[in-house]
Design a protein around this ligand. Structure first.
Ligand SMILES: *[C@@H]1O[C@H](CO)[C@@H](O)[C@H](O)[C@H]1NC(C)=O
Ligand SMILES: *[C@@H]1O[C@H](CO)[C@@H](O)[C@H](O)[C@H]1NC(C)=O
Ligand SMILES: *[C@@H]1O[C@H](CO)[C@@H](O)[C@H](O)[C@H]1NC(C)=O
Ligand SMILES: *[C@@H]1O[C@H](CO)[C@@H](O)[C@H](O)[C@H]1NC(C)=O
Length: 509
């Protein structure tokens, strides 16, 4: 072949590639809707999607530390999903089929992945079965791509803080401004979603652990009503407050994931039976309404929006209240949640007393159900930490909550009185305000309403709201009463579609 002919052929090939690329799949910021149409028109396979995300993980994880483990079976699961779609055609292009999901490392999987809550103490422990939510993901045909880093503050090292650290995962970094805290404890899921290291993720929350990292990493987090999603197989803190929910780049994606994971589970029977009453016929995607703010009554509690005049946050949040009104919502300002200062102080409210007692009971139950584990009780984890002070960073973080928790002796009179006080604080606080003013939601900056929602098992959705003077993201949370997910989704989706705040991260030093 002559040289010029070869050159022509190469040119033709390059042109063909360029033409193809105009129809090729855009991986960055891919939504589930885009993934579904990519599967339909043949521009995308699950295998290509998993390869893209594995590439992102190997490129970005040394910097961001969002992922603790990658699933060695992920490509095999993707190939199986591709084969299933080939043999059944479009019928399999629904929900999460063939979609890579990243799981917070306290959500158990019975596969090659470890489940450790980021702690060295649980490395090598073997679970009997997948967590309830993972079993649902697998039935939906999702691909488990790996385990996400977390801030193990209450799990295995127990410093109270939001530094995004785990002994196994290291310190997670905010992908927008590397020096800005990414918050926890669902640090890794939020970072990974933000930085396009996976399609969708699952986090968990006891008090702020979905809403806070979602707010600070410009992603959407849904913290479901406690019991809407099964906690079976999730390394626990508090059965009263723990909940599993999606962290994704868009409200629609998070709602698709929510649809896949809600429902009754006999291994978390009481809570999931009660909450399954809230699941609407036809699922949650019907509430993705562009005019979802119309007629909604949204309350603005005092004491949460306190930013200095002239700061970016103060101005942007003010604009957002106007956005809500412009879209037809009735915004009611200046509402008092009674005893908010008590609610916000876990020592005074009784929250800490209840969590300390519940943590010991629930963790010991989780550990005793493992088919193998190097540690079988909270006491043994405390001993493990004492024996490995450097690896578990005992000097930096201590393990005070563990010691306090180990000191408890079940749910006695102190814990019962504390639980009653928490219930009273809710009844006289957020419930009273919401009923008096017939509210659909309360709105608050970032995760500042997290504790109000947490102590009562109430749902909330965090949505990107803006970027501060340095470029670090902040968010807004819409919270409601039990089972209010449908109206919170309407509000969050309409707000997101009007504001379109989310931008991909810039990795600023
Ligand atoms: C297939 O769908 C994806 C996602 O909507 C789009 O980006 C791509 O251009 C489409 N490709 C073709 C060949 O139509
Ligand atoms: C799970 O932990 C063990 C160490 O105990 C390690 O050898 C293995 O690679 C881990 N699994 C994965 C999928 O990373
Ligand atoms: C909570 O209340 C206790 C007891 O009044 C007080 O010592 C502590 O400083 C308070 N904590 C916060 C974060 O305000
Ligand atoms: C645990 O209880 C013992 C005995 O009552 C007490 O001395 C110790 O200070 C307690 N430790 C913590 C961390 O509360």
């Amino acid at each position: 072949m002559s040289r010029s002919r070869l050159r022509l052929l190469l040119l033709a090939a390059a042109l063909a590639l360029a033409a193809g690329s105009s129809h090729s799949f855009e991986f960055h910021e891919a939504t589930l809707d885009a993934i579904h149409s990519g599967f339909k028109n043949g521009s995308l396979t699950s295998t290509a999607l998993v390869r893209f995300y594995l590439g992102q993980i190997s490129r970005l994880n040394p910097l961001l530390r969002a992922v603790i483990e990658v699933n060695p079976d992920a490509l095999r699961q993707a190939a199986r999903a591709d084969a299933e779609r080939r043999s059944s055609g479009d019928r399999q292009i629904v929900g999460l089929h063939g979609v890579p999901v990243l799981l917070k490392d306290n959500i158990a999987t019975r596969d090659q992945l470890n489940t450790t809550a980021g702690s060295l103490a649980l490395l090598g422990s073997v679970v009997r079965r997948d967590a309830g939510v993972v079993a649902r993901l697998r039935r939906a045909g999702a691909v488990v791509i790996g385990k996400a880093n977390l801030d193990e503050w209450a799990n295995f090292r127990s410093a109270i803080g939001t530094g995004g650290w785990s002994a196994r995962g290291g310190q997670g970094k905010n992908p927008y401004v590397l020096s800005s805290p990414p918050c926890g404890s669902s640090t890794g899921p939020a970072i990974a979603a933000a930085a396009n290291m996976v399609a969708v993720t699952l986090g968990t929350e006891t008090d702020g652990s979905i809403l806070c990292p979602s707010s600070l990493n410009s992603v959407v987090g849904i913290k479901p009503t406690v019991g809407l999603t099964s906690r079976a197989g999730v390394i626990p803190i508090s059965p009263r407050q723990d909940t599993v929910g999606p962290i994704c780049r868009t409200v629609a994606d998070a709602v698709h994931v929510l649809d896949a994971i809600v429902g009754y589970d006999e291994l978390d029977a009481v809570a999931t039976r009660v909450a399954s009453e809230y699941i609407p016929e036809g699922g949650y995607t019907q509430f993705l309404k562009i005019d979802g703010l119309k007629g909604k009554r949204i309350g603005v509690p005092n004491g949460l929006f306190d930013f200095e005049d002239g700061t970016v946050r103060q101005m942007v949040y003010q604009q957002h209240l106007n956005t809500l009104k412009r879209n037809g919502a009735v915004v009611i300002e200046n509402l008092d949640i009674a005893d908010l200062d008590v609610i916000q102080n876990a020592t005074v409210s009784g929250e800490l007393a209840v969590l300390a007692a519940e943590f010991k009971i629930a963790l010991n139950a989780y550990l005793s159900d493992l088919s193998f584990s190097p540690v079988r009780s909270l006491a043994e984890i405390i001993a493990f930490n004492n024996a490995h002070p450097d690896e578990e960073m005992l000097k930096q973080f201590g393990q005070l909550i563990f010691l306090v928790s180990e000191n408890t002796t079940g749910i006695g009179s102190i814990e019962k009185a504390a639980t009653q006080q928490l219930d009273d604080l809710t009844a006289n606080g957020v419930e009273k305000v919401m009923k008096e003013h017939r509210l659909d939601a309360i709105v608050a900056p970032d995760s500042s309403s997290a504790t109000v929602l947490a102590i009562a098992g109430l749902p909330g959705i965090a949505v990107p709201a803006g970027y501060d003077e340095q470029g670090a993201p902040f968010g807004v949370t819409f919270g409601g009463l039990k089972g209010y997910e449908p109206r919170l989704i309407e509000i969050a989706y309409a707000f997101e579609q009007d504001t379109k705040v989310r931008n991909p991260p810039m990795f600023k030093q």
